[in-house]
Design a protein around this ligand. Structure first.
Ligand code: 5AD
Ligand code: FES
Length: 348
């Protein structure tokens, strides 16, 4: 049997199959991978693509990840924080535009402590009982995750970045711990969040072996969401001169993740759209089923600069939403703005 059908049927992949699929130059094989992944996504979610409204609440970060433009050592990064009022205003605007999931994302900023963050989450929960609240605020304590959950948060995104401890140590300063990151993911799941992990494609020192570990981690952790996008170099970071990740690898990995874990919520990321003008559309064609237009206030957009040349920094929320919707319609898919919860019931 064809290896792609085999991967789909047994929901597993070998290290050799992974390398073969990523490196093949055979157009028919890549085409078959794309079609198979899309069939699986269609079987679970139909031709519907979920939209999430992203609000970037803080560009301050106490961490010093070597790849990230918001790392604390980057003295040229412009720092901002949104007030409670501004965050609520973004959600109001998003709600009027039809969004039913709000993603609050930020650097690890101690100013957004539990008191402040719980107050914000409760306010959103009170105003919009019909919406899902997703947080993406990095590593916090169990107690903090629990308080935020109790305040009304439903989902949490925390990319594992790499499932190889050795690779993790090359991407992060020594005070950051691989084990703590993995523990956070299990804690979040244990509390009852829908949890997203993920990694960059083409991060420095990544190998087929580390990617294989990432896929095995996803198989065992069974996340509700997986965020992947190409690594993109950021100026004034230690990796400023490292090459960007490959769009082709990112697309093929999206497809493989869809085959390994059919019900996963899989975004076509802004990073993918940054490296290719049709990156997000291609992501959907390779099995992604989520897009996250930006609802952040326009005057701060360009300052949430995780990597260089990020798209969608000049558009208003409404423009970004309309643009996303049009792009998706152009390739024959339909955007939906309901909560778009994880669907574990699948014939696959
Ligand atoms: N290129 C691409 N993605 C990046 N991230 C951080 N820095 C970069 C970069 N230079 C990703 C990380 C992080 C997420 C918020 O953004 O995976 O978890
Ligand atoms: Fe943001 Fe096109 S999706 S401007």
């Amino acid at each position: 049997m064809n290896i792609i059908e085999q991967i789909r049927d047994i929901k597993d992949i070998t290290r050799e199959q992974l390398e073969l699929i990523l490196t093949t130059e055979n157009k028919e094989s890549v085409d078959f991978l794309r079609r198979t992944a899309r069939e699986v996504a269609d079987a679970v979610y139909g031709n519907k693509i979920f939209m999430r409204g992203l609000v970037e609440i803080s560009s301050h970060c106490k961490n010093d990840c070597l790849y990230c433009g918001l790392r604390r050592s980057n003295t040229t990064a412009v720092r901002y924080r949104l007030t409670d009022e501004k965050i609520l205003e973004c959600c109001d605007n998003g709600y009027r535009l039809g969004f039913r999931t709000f993603v609050l994302q930020g650097g690890e900023d101690p100013w957004f402590d539990d008191t402040r963050m719980c107050r914000i989450v409760s306010a959103i929960r009170g105003r919009y009982p019909d919406c899902a609240i997703t947080l993406s605020l990095g590593e916090r304590s169990r107690q903090s995750y629990q308080s935020l959950f109790d305040a009304g948060a439903n989902r949490y995104l925390l990319r594992h970045e790499t499932a190889s401890p050795e690779h993790y140590a090359k991407l992060h300063p020594s005070e950051m711990s691989f084990q703590n990151r993995i523990d956070c993911l299990y804690t979040l799941k244990d509390i009852g969040y829908q949890v997203g992990c993920g990694f960059m494609v083409g991060s420095p020192y990544q190998t087929f072996d580390t990617l294989y570990s990432d896929l095995q981690f996803i198989r065992s952790f069974q996340p509700h969401m997986v965020g992947i996008g190409p690594f993109i170099s950021a100026h004034d970071t230690p990796f400023a001169n490292q090459p960007n990740g490959k769009v082709s690898y990112t697309l093929r990995l999206l497809a493989i993740i869809r085959l390994l874990h059919p019900p996963v919520l899989l975004p076509a990321t802004t990073a993918l759209g940054t490296l290719h003008p049709q990156g997000r559309e291609l992501g959907i064609q390779f099995g992604a089923n989520v897009v996250m237009p930006n609802l952040s206030p326009r005057d701060h957009r360009k300052d949430y600069s995780i990597y260089d040349n990020k798209i969608c920094t000049g558009e208003e929320a409404a423009e970004c939403r309309a643009c996303t919707e049009q792009r998706i319609r152009n390739i024959g898919y339909e955007t939906v703005v309901d909560r778009g919860d994880f669907n574990p019931n699948t014939e696959y």
